[in-house]
Design a protein around this ligand. Structure first.
Ligand code: COA
Ligand code: AMP
Length: 247
């Protein structure tokens, strides 16, 4: 079956507001555009860009997402302390170095002090490997084989569509053998839940950021000596479809 990638992104005054994507058969393109438009147009925008591309290669099929583990903390400091300990165990980086990187995400990790347009990549020596420190790398071309079923399952457990998207994205990341862990906070000032992923689980941490903070971002921790072009190619180009959620 021919599959298409459908991507929509909204911006205002030249600034990215939000984006979403689906992988879908030809017959459903129209429906998917309407769904994504409905979702994006809730926010004030002056431009929406729609991109439709046929998939040039067959998607990689993943059986399940990472297992979802939901954790609540007294405040964002406690949640970050916990996240730092897990990252330390996974990467061997010092807690100080990890805290420094996380602080950068909370204060705008792009060289101009704004949010990066994608994720930061950090190796086990603490070196940043992105080709461009404002852009970073963006994970795309990932979706669920049967999205309606997945959303139903997640909603039964009180999770939202936002969790579905984040879970798909990070599950794709963890499929790459050289990516060890991911740290993420949203750039929405009122969305305080963030996550930490490892090969074992998707830890959903609330609250991981301070209310009112407009800064957000992602850190992908990778092995030393990785082929950076291969990582970019996999994250930006390899289509992935996930069959089920592990909740
Ligand atoms: N943040 C800031 N700017 C962004 C952006 C983001 N997340 N995504 C795109 N842009 C802007 C940038 O200026 C970018 O230029 P750059 O490559 O120099 O940074 C420009 O838009 C074009 O980017 P492009 O990658 O061609 O956009 P696209 O039309 O292919 O759309 C998105 C990409 C928005 C769909 C994708 O980045 C995204 O975020 N997808 C959602 C991921 C997701 O949730 N997946 C799970 C689905 S189940
Ligand atoms: P979001 O999860 O959309 O709130 O995005 C939070 C932050 O993650 C953004 O500010 C970007 O720095 C980064 N980001 C956004 N989209 C992607 C993506 N597709 N892949 C990797 N990083 C992203």
């Amino acid at each position: 079956m021919k599959l298409f990638s459908v991507k929509l992104r909204a911006s205002k005054d030249g600034k990215h507001i939000s984006g979403a994507e689906r992988i879908t058969p030809y017959e459903k393109i129209n429906t998917v555009i309407n769904q994504l438009y409905h979702r994006l147009s809730r926010k004030e925008f002056d431009s929406i860009n729609i991109k439709i591309d046929i998939l040039k290669e067959q998607p990689l099929l993943a059986e399940k997402t990472l297992p979802v583990v939901n954790l609540n903390f007294k405040n964002h400091r406690e949640a970050n302390k916990w996240a730092i300990q897990i990252i330390q165990k996974q990467t061997g980086l010092s807690e100080e170095k990890i805290k420094q990187l996380i602080d950068l995400i909370h204060s705008g990790a792009s060289p101009d002090g704004e949010n990066m347009r994608g994720a930061m990549i950090v190796d086990l020596r603490g070196n940043r490997l992105e080709k461009n420190r404002s852009r970073g790398v963006r994970t795309t071309d990932v979706d669920y084989l049967d999205r309606e079923k997945i959303i139903r399952k997640l909603k039964e457990k009180c999770f939202t569509e936002r969790t579905a998207d984040a879970l798909a994205l990070t599950t794709k990341n963890m499929l790459h053998p050289d990516i060890i862990a991911e740290y993420c906070i949203s750039d929405e000032p009122d969305y305080l839940t963030g996550y930490l992923s490892t090969k074992e689980a998707y830890y959903r941490l609330t609250p991981l950021k301070e209310k009112g903070n407009e800064k957000g971002g992602r850190i992908y921790f990778v092995k030393n000596g990785v082929d950076i072009d291969d990582i970019y190619r996999f994250l930006e180009e390899k289509p992935v479809l996930i069959k089920d959620v592990d909740i």
